[in-house]
Design a protein around this ligand. Structure first.
Ligand SMILES: *Cc1c(COP(=O)(O)O)cnc(C)c1O
Length: 418
């Protein structure tokens, strides 16, 4: 369920007509619905009622501080992949003991920061990383709680760029090698083993890959138990997909039901790392048609948002539904909706059937709340766009639009060139 609906042919976010927002702040912008964010988080979390769990929102999907603060207030933990995400999470009010740290390339300064703050655990992705974390913990006179991210070699059947649990992927450690890893970790003085983790990919639309992964994890759990390594936290990562067009991913309730079934006989606290499923359909990108043009073979709709604002279509050929903000009754035509960037890959939609759009029309790029703003850039010296949130009949700016001065704020001209 989301709160982007038409009333009298005008698209609203909750009770606010989107054209009113565009008139006030200009385009393009990201727009989130507070009620949807809250509903998605609570629906996901409550699907696991009855079992001991911690939902750790995956910050990389959306790191706006206002959104993080909302999740903190709802009892969420965080899954981070960088020092910057740790910094923002703490600023948003998360307590460190609800933060877990994933990622294959943790730097020493980032590890030290996390150790000093006392995060819940590190998800270790290589044996070298384990040794470094032990060394850093020794220097700081701390004990680092860890889990290993194992790679269960299951195919999540999603886009190759977002599959992470196959043997050929860079993530985690091979599940057959995990026992050795745990044995080594047990010898290290500044390491405390508490968990077992996997994350097999993103935008997964079936339950089976998750079940296959849990079955592998459970057998590892039992093997570890036999050698007196007792796992307290079982982390099954994120990755649950959302409907972008006609996919029908499992509902959180079905997903939770399947998982509960598999872990009911083991006394662990479950950790989940959802990102997209919470924020994806809670946000949209609103932009404006700048020009129309046609070539012999194509109709183009040129809009004021490009691949620097939303890279998913260019990067993964991702499908985002396109909706006119004000419905017209024009006949439908097939168009490419493209941005202003000087790249052929700069499109938001290709060969898409939409009601004929004209210069000045507003369009909504749906399902843009996850990996939308989080992946935007200043490519072509374009100003990063603002983010807004609606609650009821009010909208609030939660990130201002950049101004030209921002483009120079970290740049220097060396003395000799002046
Ligand atoms: C990206 C990521 C997630 C979140 O994935 P979603 O598909 O957005 O749910 C969770 N855990 C890890 C380790 C990740 O890298």
């Amino acid at each position: 369920m989301h709160h982007f609906q038409y009333q009298d042919n005008i698209l609203y976010c909750e009770n606010v007509p989107i054209p009113n927002i565009a008139a006030e702040v200009g385009t393009p912008f990201y727009l989130y619905s507070h009620a949807t964010l809250k509903h998605h988080f609570l629906t996901f979390d409550s699907a696991f009622d009855g079992i001991d769990r911690l939902v750790c929102f995956s910050v990389k999907a959306n790191n706006n501080i206002a959104i993080l603060k909302l999740f903190a207030s709802l009892g969420s933990g965080l899954d981070i992949v960088s020092g910057g995400e740790l910094y923002k999470g703490l600023k948003a009010g998360f307590s460190a003991d609800k933060i877990i740290y994933s990622g294959v390339g943790k730097r020493i300064d980032e590890i030290d920061f996390a150790l000093k703050m006392g995060i819940l655990m590190f998800n270790i992705e290589s044996m070298e990383e384990l040794e470094v974390i032990n060394e850093r913990a020794a220097i700081l006179n701390k004990k680092a709680s860890i889990s290993f991210r194992v790679n269960p070699d299951v195919d999540p059947k999603t886009h190759p760029y977002i599959s992470t649990g196959l043997k050929k992927n860079k993530f985690g450690i091979n599940i057959e090698k995990a026992i050795e890893g745990y044995k080594r970790a047990k010898e290290l003085q500044h390491i405390e083993i508490i968990g077992l983790d996997c994350h097999i990919g993103s935008q997964i639309t079936e339950i089976k890959p998750f079940e296959d992964a849990i079955i592998s994890l459970k057998s590892l759990y039992n093997e570890l138990k036999n050698i007196d390594i007792n796992i307290k936290y079982l982390d099954i990562g994120g990755g649950l997909g959302i409907p972008y067009s006609d996919e029908s991913p499992p509902l959180p309730s079905d997903y939770a039901k399947a998982i509960k079934q598999h872990i009911k006989d083991i006394p662990v606290k479950l950790i989940l790392e959802p990102g997209r499923v919470i924020v994806g359909n809670s946000g949209i990108l609103v932009c404006k048609v700048l020009y129309r043009k046609s070539s012999e073979v194509k109709e183009f709709v040129i809009v004021d948002a490009g691949m620097n604002d939303l890279i998913r279509p260019s990067l993964y050929k991702a499908y985002h539904e396109i909706k006119p903000v004000i419905k017209n009754n024009n006949k439908e035509i097939v168009v490419d909706i493209v941005g202003p960037i000087c790249e052929t890959g700069d499109f938001l939609a290709c060969d898409r059937k939409v009601a004929d759009l004209k210069k000045g029309d507003l369009i909504a790029v749906m399902s843009s709340g996850a990996y939308g703003y989080a992946m935007c850039s200043n490519y072509c010296a374009r100003l990063k766009l603002p983010e807004l949130i609606v609650s009821g009949n009010q909208f609030h700016v939660i990130r201002t639009r950049e101004i030209y001065e921002d483009l120079l704020k970290n740049e220097l001209i060396p003395q000799f060139m002046l």
